[in-house]
Design a binder for this molecule. Sequence first.
Ligand code: DI6
Ligand code: FE
Length: 398
Amino acid sequence: MKLWRGGRLATLAGERGWGLVDDGALLVDGGRLLWVGPSAELPAQAAGAEVVELGGALVTPGLVDCHTHLVYGGNRADEFERRLHGESYADIAKAGGGIRSTVAATRAASEAELLAAARKRALALVHEGVTTLEVKSGYGLELATEARMLRVARRLAELGVDVRTTCLAAHALPPEFSAADDYIDAVCAWLPQLQAEGLVDAVDAFCEHIAFSPAQVARVFDTARRLGLPVKLHAEQLSDQGGAALAASCGALSCDHLEYLSPAGVHAMAQAGTVAVLLPGAFYALKETRLPPVAALREAGVPIAIATDHNPGSSPTLSPLLMLNMACVLFGLTPEEALRGMTVNGARALGLSDRGQLVAGQRADFCIWDGGHPRELAACFGHNPLIERVSQGVQGGP
Ligand code: DI6
Ligand code: FE
């Protein structure tokens, strides 16, 4: 048993508020929080626990980055320059660049090469406090490379971060297919094979005019449902395709991006309890001007999550803390909404209810920060105040 005491806890307990506990303590046993509260009210069972003094430091739940494309070959800094000269993300994609250029580099990379590159990226996230990390496939677009990406993603758990893998084979049309419907047939045939290898926690797709139609996405989701796999969707990023309403009608865990989400989409997500994952890094990097409908999401009671969307094209960031700041400055979230978005609501977007708040019974995943108030995490940018990350009760992670 281990006891952390004398810290300022931002527990995020309940539906709103920081849940601040000044001079708070966390009692941990077996990787779980056994008790959380004021140091002065410690239960008798804390006697004999190994003690860590927090010295007044700030403690929050561990960060959950619920949307990343962390495993890939190459980089796309050339496209950054092209966009600076006026080409759009969609134009570059249509001209054979974009996702397809990363597909070529990923197919050419060995498993060891992919792992070495992904490890460095994951370490950057971990060093800013990430304790749960979602990683998508989607740069293979052929069975062997999709499987290789997902295997590499799973191996990132060696870094002491809990990894969830999502199959995003329906990300773009690979060059060897000319008809999107034929490719969707192939994706539906791969899903049971990838699942049988134990590589898939959820299924995602890109619903967009440069990717797949709602009808094609519906076929992928139908296969996922038959396999008992939860679904999520890249929806309404560049245009309103009605993808969010479709995903919500399938009980999706989350719809992600959502700049072009319609009122009908908001309503459908609220009805289904689907999480809205907002991705300020992609909004910023693509110089998007259309904002996600934050006020409508709030009013409808749709939970909002924030993630890095780390990928080599539209969001090459490795800073979850910067995303907290951007969620506030660009999208108008409050610092509390932003932190909830990268903790409890990020977990919810992955179907996980055992983390994201500092309350008894949850996983002992937390971050110790050099700071006095949790709003400081969102107010600063380009600065990392992390002192220590605890994953399942282990300092630095297991
Ligand atoms: N939307 C995104 O922002 C990422 N995927 C997607 O469907 C970007 C992927 C890329 O540009 O490589
Ligand atoms: Fe994405």
